[in-house]
Design a protein around this ligand. Structure first.
Ligand code: LLP
Length: 416
């Protein structure tokens, strides 16, 4: 469910025609819907009613302050992975006591800043990190609340770049070493052991891997408690997938996810932390772009060149990801198979490959859907392309929530 629908043939975001936005702010542009974001936030919370929950939005998926502040308003905390994300979360009005700091490598300054802010919990991913954090906390005369991220070794059956719980993964501590690691944590003066954590991967569309992980985590949680650790929080990470394709297999719904996890974790007497990213924002955003020209390649290959490229939306190039693409205006009659490509000097700069689309012409506006998560978040200035403007729509009104970068922004901090 999202609020990008056609009205009298023209694609709109809520009540604002996307063509009107393009005329005002130019292209490429990321456009987000307030109503969709709020709705997803509420659906997610409602789905987990059966548990005592702390929901922490994964900042990395969509770090814009306006989006974070909306989610803070909806009661969300934040899952961060850097000092920069801590800065963003606090700046957006996030409550420190609802911030979880994940990641396999944290610098000392980042640990210090998070301790000063009094965040909810550090998710540590190695024995060495536990020792580092204890040292930093002791030096600051603080005690760091910690959970250890364990690798529960479940195959999330997703793209290899976003699977994080295989035995070969850099993430988490192998389950076999966890009890020993907790003994170490309990012995360190700067730490207070408060929980256990995992995150098995991203864009996972079936429930099986989540249930398998929950069962393993439950058993481990109870084992650690029996060992004498006073665990109160179980962090199950994020990872529930979204429908990128209009047709075909659809991912499990948040409701079914919530029910399955509530069943697997019932009676645990723990706050269950979730770190959803994509699920909340992916469908709340599109990338709006304009066709520059058409080009005939070899034989029957037809290209449509648009003004957005892989620097603006990296997912197709990096993960062979599919984003639905459609014209903003009333679609012309007929259909043709084309490659929609960006202007970046890389053969990987293909946004939509061998796609059957209504005929497109220079000047037409198109959108790439489901681009709200890991879209702007992963944009770069490659090829000296200023990053896109971000716009947030709310009903009939809209505002720029991040200005388009200028050429001066491209060289900021550089000198000849
Ligand atoms: N928690 C941790 C510790 C994570 O590493 C991640 C994502 C999340 C939560 C949020 O996962 P989500 O609910 O969004 O699936 N750039 C890739 C996705 C990378 C995910 C990295 N970690 C993409 O565009 O598909």
């Amino acid at each position: 469910m999202n609020h990008f629908q056609r009205k009298r043939g023209e694609l709109c975001c809520e009540d604002v025609p996307l063509a009107e936005l393009a005329a005002e702010v130019g292209t490429p542009a990321y456009v987000y819907s307030t109503a969709t974001l709020r709705r997803h936030a509420r659906v997610f919370k409602a789905a987990l009613r059966g548990l005592d929950v702390l929901a922490c939005f994964a900042v990395k998926s969509a770090p814009n302050l306006a989006l974070l502040s909306l989610l803070a308003e909806e009661g969300f905390g934040f899952d961060i992975v850097s000092g920069g994300e801590l800065y963003r979360a606090l700046k957006a009005g996030g409550e420190a006591d609802k911030i979880v700091f994940s990641g396999v490598g944290k610098r000392e300054e980042e640990m210090e800043a998070a301790l000063q802010a009094r965040i909810h919990q550090f998710n540590c991913e190695s024995e060495e990190e536990l020792e580092q954090l204890s040292r930093v906390a002791s030096r600051a005369r603080k005690v760091a609340p910690v959970a250890l991220r364990v690798n529960p070794e479940v195959d999330a059956r997703t793209h290899p770049y976003v699977a994080t719980a295989l035995a070969s993964s850099k993430f988490g501590v192998p389950a076999g070493r966890v009890r020993k690691a907790y003994r170490l944590a309990a012995s360190l003066p700067g730490l207070k052991v408060v929980g256990l954590a995992c995150h098995i991967g991203s864009q996972i569309d079936e429930l099986g891997p989540f249930v398998e992980a929950a069962k393993k985590m439950r058993a481990l949680f109870l084992q650690l408690r029996a060992d004498g650790h006073d665990l109160r929080r179980l962090d199950m990470g994020g990872g529930l997938g979204v429908p990128y394709r209009e047709r075909g297999r659809q991912p499990a719904s948040p409701q079914r996810y919530g029910e399955a996890l509530a069943r697997a974790l019932s009676g645990l007497e723990a706050t269950v932390i979730f770190e959803p990213g994509r699920l909340l924002v992916a469908n709340a955003g599109v990338l709006l772009s304009r066709v520059l020209l058409r080009k005939q390649g070899h034989a029957a290959r037809k290209f449509v060149v648009v003004d957005a490229g892989m620097n603006d939306l990296l997912r197709p190039a990096l993960y062979q990801a599919h984003h639905e693409l459609e014209p903003v205006g009333r679609p012309r009659r007929g259909a043709e198979v084309v490659d929609v490509v960006g202007p970046v000097c890389e053969s990987a700069d293909v946004l939509a490959k061998r796609r059957r689309l209504p005929p497109l012409q220079a000047g037409d506006l198109v959108v790439l859907r489901t681009a709200g998560a890991y879209g702007m978040a992963m944009a770069s200035q490659y090829n000296a392309r200023p990053r896109p403007v971000e716009v947030l729509v709310d009903g009939r009104s809209w505002r720029v929530v991040r200005a388009r970068e200028s050429y001066a922004d491209l060289v900021r901090g550089e000198s000849v």
